[in-house]
Design a protein around this ligand. Structure first.
Ligand code: ZN
Ligand code: ZN
Length: 306
């Protein structure tokens, strides 16, 4: 179980704004409504992402294409998940799948209840499934075992699971792209890793949008309240990324191409949004219009990647 806890940064995205933003990206057919579960039409080429919340109290990221809508991880109670989805204009019955990165509670605890209640297929590695069963994942209505480094598709969404260095049984993070598109957009979700391996750099380079872990500031971690063993774990090579580690990876990942960079999974005790911004400032050269800091309570609202 992940013991690190994370911050609840403020968000200025209201519920109404989030729903309006979703509807403008994927307008419902005349007379239709998002909440009714109707398949909505989106503009060609558009991918979008939004977050239910980010941090060790729960994670959930939505990825949307014209045809597909998937949730990456679910670390919230069923009631909380439904409320957070509604805030983003989504009914659980619209989800094509839940993808699970690893078995830590902030990513897995809500997966079983959500999947059973709304009969949603779950995609996960065999290691995450085996470890998750030991953590009360329970019976899943439909289980798809995925293989790291082997691409699979859900409707028009292509998904690459990538092995990451983290202290779980078989953890992966994901790169998303549109199936069969000539100028494919790439969207990466990359949290919960202790260091940026060569393999991670290769797989996540040249994304158009990136959700990247900015877990801690090493000085805050060193001076903070955690016991020594937990400090070693968080700051270790199979723990979580420090602000400077995330920044150092950016030139190799292809910062110039990013339409959106989301700093996510910030530690409540060992980081602060202002420190993440400060670390990023030299890389963004004073222009933080592409930057979003994901919050534990409110995540972030719909972001279109055109
Ligand atoms: Zn986590
Ligand atoms: Zn984790």
């Amino acid at each position: 179980m992940l013991l690190d806890t994370h911050c609840a940064a403020s968000s200025d995205v209201s519920s109404d704004e989030a729903v309006a933003s979703f509807q403008s990206l994927f307008p419902a057919p005349e007379g239709g409504a998002i909440a009714s579960g109707l398949l909505v039409e989106g503009r060609q080429g558009v991918m979008a992402m939004a977050s239910l919340g980010s941090g060790s109290k729960g994670n959930g990221t939505l990825i949307r294409t014209r045809e597909a809508l998937v949730l990456v991880d679910c670390g919230f109670t069923l009631k909380d998940t439904e409320a957070r989805l509604a805030r983003l204009g989504v009914h659980p019955s619209q989800l094509d799948a839940v993808l699970v990165t690893h078995e830590h509670g902030d990513h897995l605890s809500g997966v079983g209840p959500l999947a059973r209640r709304h009969k949603i297929p779950v995609h996960l590695t065999v290691g995450t499934w085996l470890a998750g069963r030991a953590k009360k994942l329970g019976i899943l209505p439909t289980r798809h075992l995925i293989t790291p480094q082997l691409e699979f598709a859900i409707k028009d969404l292509e998904i690459l699971p990538v092995t990451v260095p983290h202290d779980a049984r078989e953890p992966v993070q994901f790169v998303f792209s549109r199936r069969g598109e000539t100028t494919a957009r790439r969207l990466g979700v990359l949290t919960d890793l202790g260091h940026v391996s060569e393999h991670v750099l290769q797989c996540f380079s040249d994304c158009d949008a990136l959700v990247l872990e900015f877990n801690h500031d090493p000085q805050m971690l060193a001076k903070g309240p955690y016991p020594p063993s937990l400090k070693r774990r968080v700051g270790g090579r199979f723990g979580h990324l420090a602000n400077a580690q995330a920044c150092a990876a950016l030139p190799y990942l292809g910062l110039a191409r990013l339409q959106r960079l989301v700093a996510s999974h910030l530690s409540e005790h060992n980081n602060h949004p202002s420190l993440a911004r400060e670390a990023l400032a030299p890389w963004l050269e004073g222009d933080d219009s592409r930057l979003i800091i994901a919050a534990q309570d409110s995540g972030f609202g719909w972001q279109a990647i055109a």
